[in-house]
Design a protein. Sequence first.
Length: 512
Amino acid sequence: QAKKVVKTIVAQMTLYPNNDRIVEDSCAILRESAEFDLLRRTVCRCGGLDQLADVAGSQNGLLASAALRALSAVVSGATSSDLLSSRACEAVVGAMELHPDDVAVQVWGANATWSLSAVDDVEKVDDVLKELLVGLGCADLIARAMDRFVACETMQEKGIGAVWSLARPAKTKRRVGSAAVGSVINGLAAFPGSCQVVKFGLGCLKCFSIDSGTGWFDEAIELVYSCLWLHLNNPALSQMGLAALCNITIKREYKEVLRISEDELEIVLQVMLAHRNIRVVQSNAIQALKNFTFSQSNLEVLGKDEHLVDTVLAARSVHRQGFQGRDEELLMSLPPWQRKTTSGICSNRTGHLDDSSLGKSRSNFSLPSSAAAARSRPGAVAVPSSEESSVKKGNNTSLQLSYNSELGSAYSHSGDESRPGAVMGNPSLLQDKILHFGGSRDVADRIMQFIAVEADPRNGADGSKYSVEVAVGMLRSMCGAYHTKMELLGGDGTNDMRKAENVVDTIVAQMT
């Protein structure tokens, strides 16, 4: 029966192509039916792809976005041949070109691009769809949309994900990188607290860094360090950040290594300490640190840190299988005065270090200044230093890129990586929560405007803590009357009133 319904809906789209209501509702039904694999295939086989591609070319942005959203959902039920014959790629690119100022069209256009390119990944035959999309200028369109709607987190998430997917074949990497790497960096800088944006952004930077011809390394390095610090307790993002760091800090063609500051070294060591039991995090960190040793000025920085040797030895004691000799090479590259502090321990590959002494020795670490700035001012990223240092003469083969899977970490993060009070320090997160739990944009804007005045320390307020208190009070008072509940959520009836109260309680719980 469900298959018959899908076929009937596609037939109605064919019979009434000029009826906006029928077309829009049909797109929504096809999108919902795509939750089931069998129905996805039915949509693709009964002409649904052709109909959605036609609607995507509509002058009506609402219809175009509805078609792109449905297309994103159903394309996984099609083959690359089906998609080529229905001209789905051309439809997506055409819609984004036709509606450059419509954020919904751009968001769902990027999402449809991502879904289309994923068909190549599933078939694993060739990258015909990705090459077609790139050839049509899709990467350039997505980059422009990301720049135009830089304040839209969903646009950055979908855009960066699509760019990363398009760039994974070697044939398209250079073209996509030159078109979109700047937009990826800007999107990552705009939302460094978003796990999804950071995940896809770091994956993009690592992917592009394998081909360093785009010359953007210096712009991204401080951003990677900031993301590592902001997501210190997330093992998957720590792994991806360190993998990107391995690649971004070295320039093979120029035989150069970027300099590392004491604060940046501190961040790497803190990541190692936070994930001592995860071997891939330790391995990536050790590789990154070893790359830094090919600069004399970096050796001086590494040599001054009194915790570096203990941290590497701790990794060796936990992971007895070792790190393919990279840990030994790192320790032996340190200045003589550093090596002497470990006496004969460095030569013992499985040397044991007392865990309690390590924890105590690092318990009084101060927050690195650059990371503190990023934490106190979300979205603000320090301007990276343009200083570079030449690679020390010797065996350059030890300079290694990270070739971990570009799909990211195999380790999952089961909890919220944010620390208590994270919402207090970032008003945009509070605004996002209001919108996420059903509040309108107008309501959210008014709350944030009030907080901006009342919580300003210049007006005698107690900073971000006061912001939360004000927000809680306003949200509770807004839900004190029936009509305000309805303004917040829309609809009517007792169930909606209860839902409104639950929304407020949920937001309050999230903030506290």
